[in-house]
Design a binder for this molecule. Structure first.
Ligand code: SF4
Ligand code: SF4
Length: 183
């Protein structure tokens, strides 16, 4: 059987689950949140009607969903811009694979810069860790400030490329898809 597009691409990606694209995702309701909490996932209650699945998602195993058969509705229905482009023939599968690899490389570089600045809390979304690294007061050491400037530039480029490649036209700003990931 031919592998699905999500099997082929999403299993190499995981950016909509690991905190790179989203800080959290909106769940369908309290019942779904309770079910996910029972599986060990981290949920935040926004108000009585809205629960959020925080990212990076605890169910993510490398680029695969560890609760694939039980993933929430938002993950079942989300398709990023890139996946939509491939489906409608605007991009090829190999081309999309290369785009994902390049995005992961750029994000890896941002993470490396943050780690060098002593900022590497893997439990936070990418944007939040980066904002913390950049919010510090200027350092007496010029090389540290240079590293921060490098981080700021690299993160701006990542944000722009994420918006253009994965989010624009994806329909939702707030719901990821973990894709074809047989546990
Ligand atoms: S839906 Fe898009 S961002 Fe999410 S894993 Fe698949 S290719 Fe990556
Ligand atoms: S598909 Fe949903 S539940 Fe699975 S790892 Fe991604 S965000 Fe988590």
């Amino acid at each position: 059987m031919k592998p699905s597009l999500t099997d082929t691409l999403c299993t190499r990606c995981g950016l909509c689950c690991d905190g790179s694209l989203f800080a959290d995702v909106e769940l369908a309701g309290r019942a779904e949140a309770t079910r996910l909490e029972a599986m060990g996932l981290e949920i935040e209650d926004e108000d009585t009607n809205c629960a959020l699945l925080t990212q990076p998602c605890r169910a993510l195993r490398r680029a695969r969903c560890g609760v694939y058969a039980h993933r929430p509705e938002c993950c079942r229905t989300f398709e990023c811009r890139l996946l939509q482009d491939v489906r409608r023939g605007a991009a090829g599968v190999e081309q999309a694979g290369a785009i994902i690899a390049e995005a992961r490389k750029r994000i890896g570089r941002v993470r490396e810069l943050m780690a060098r600045l002593g900022q590497h809390d893997g439990r936070l979304p990418l944007g939040e860790i980066c904002a913390e690294a950049l919010a510090r007061d200027p350092d007496p050491l010029p090389q540290v400030n240079r590293k921060r400037a490098e981080l700021e530039t690299a993160m701006s480029a990542v944000e722009e490329s994420i918006r253009r490649t994965f989010l624009d036209g994806a329909g939702r700003s707030h719901a990821p898809r973990a894709a074809g990931r047989p546990g």
